[in-house]
Design a protein around this ligand. Structure first.
Ligand code: SF4
Ligand code: MG
Length: 333
């Protein structure tokens, strides 16, 4: 399979006056062409910093310290600002949680899509307008010929997120990075937006990285899932493996905390007790040890390596060591 993105041993730190915050501490993963993967973890896990590193959009004092971001065969870490401008919005596009902050309030939705198109593609204004209408139609905005003249505040939250997707996909990027794209939306709209992303992935053959704290969101859209915690990957596998055969206690904790709707009686949510580690002084052992019900002595002192569960499924947990005492991971509360 052709890889569109290969991230190798990426480390990103924030050099603050308190010291070095090691937000991402050596992560490796890949995205195949036309594939959607999910990066899942609580806030502070390093998932957003990973995506900002891929886009080279880190804010000061953040810096890529180590590693490679191979996109279509070239290492973006070595790219300068000018080279990245050609890539961003064109070959790699991004959508964020709050479209109100990414959309410009003083321009119409139409003009913002047209601007995005003509910035990267040789197209006349009228051609770009036609394309803008087509894109709005594609993301399910009714009567786009009229809606194109609306300003962002005249759109509902869900419509604004659709417009953002239209802008992001108007240049037919090879890779779309969506960071919590549905978090601010209500459940019904959330489902519609995810459905649209799934459809567009198939239509335009864009690869997608979907970043979210909610494992429930990625189930339908993503074929593979990367679970992050404490700046590291804890587990990676096909969606099926992650949901039905999780091997890392943190993944199990995330599964238990998925809001369950449609089950008649609303099930109790079980949040994971405790807080993420301080990445100014990352723990020497497993980053999850302080919150893990299964923690053993070795977990406090030594970081586990990855154990291969099956092809494409790996987890960083001492429980998978052949010498570890057998333990049962319960996914039901
Ligand atoms: Fe828990 Fe130890 Fe596994 Fe970490 S390595 S998740 S502390 S059992
Ligand atoms: Mg985030």
């Amino acid at each position: 399979e052709e890889k569109i993105l290969q991230v190798n041993n990426l480390s990103t730190s924030f050099y603050t006056h308190l010291g070095e915050v090691q937000a991402v501490r050596g992560v490796s993963f890949h995205v195949n062409k036309g594939e959607a993967i999910g990066i899942v973890g609580e806030s502070g896990s390093g998932k957003s910093v990973t995506s900002m590193s891929v886009m080279k959009l880190l804010q000061f004092p953040g810096k890529i310290k180590n590693g490679e971001v191979i996109f279509k065969g070239k290492d973006l870490v070595k790219f300068n600002k000018k080279d990245m401008l050609k890539i961003r919005g064109n070959e790699i596009a991004m959508i964020f949680q709050d479209p109100m902050t990414s959309l410009n309030p003083v321009y119409t939705i139409g003009n913002q899509i047209i601007e995005a198109i003509t910035r990267h593609q040789k197209m006349s204004k009228s051609e770009a307008k036609k394309k803008a209408i087509k894109m709005l139609k594609l993301v399910g905005i009714p009567s786009p010929e009229k809606r194109i003249n609306n300003y962002p505040h005249e759109f509902s939250g869900g419509m604004r997120q659709r417009a953002m997707i239209a802008i992001a996909l108007s240049c037919e990027p090879d890779l779309l990075i969506a960071d919590e794209p549905t978090t601010a939306l209500d459940v019904t709209i959330q489902a519609q937006i995810l459905e649209i992303m799934k459809e567009l992935k198939n239509k335009i053959n864009t690869s997608i990285i979907l970043i979210t704290h909610d494992l429930g969101v990625v189930a339908d859209v993503c074929s593979r899932i990367v679970v992050m915690y404490g700046g590291l990957i804890m587990e990676e596998g096909s969606s099926k493996e992650i949901f039905y055969n999780p091997k890392h206690p943190y993944t199990v904790g995330l599964l238990k905390s998925i809001p369950k709707i449609n089950v008649g009686v609303r099930k109790r949510l079980v949040p994971i007790d405790g807080t993420p580690p301080d990445l100014l002084k990352p723990p020497t052992g497993c980053p999850f040890a302080a919150r893990c019900d299964h923690a053993m002595n070795i977990c406090m002192s030594e970081r586990p390596e990855f154990y291969e569960v099956s092809e494409g499924h790996r987890a960083m947990c001492w429980l998978l060591d052949p010498e570890a005492p057998p333990q049962e991971l319960k996914t039901e509360a």
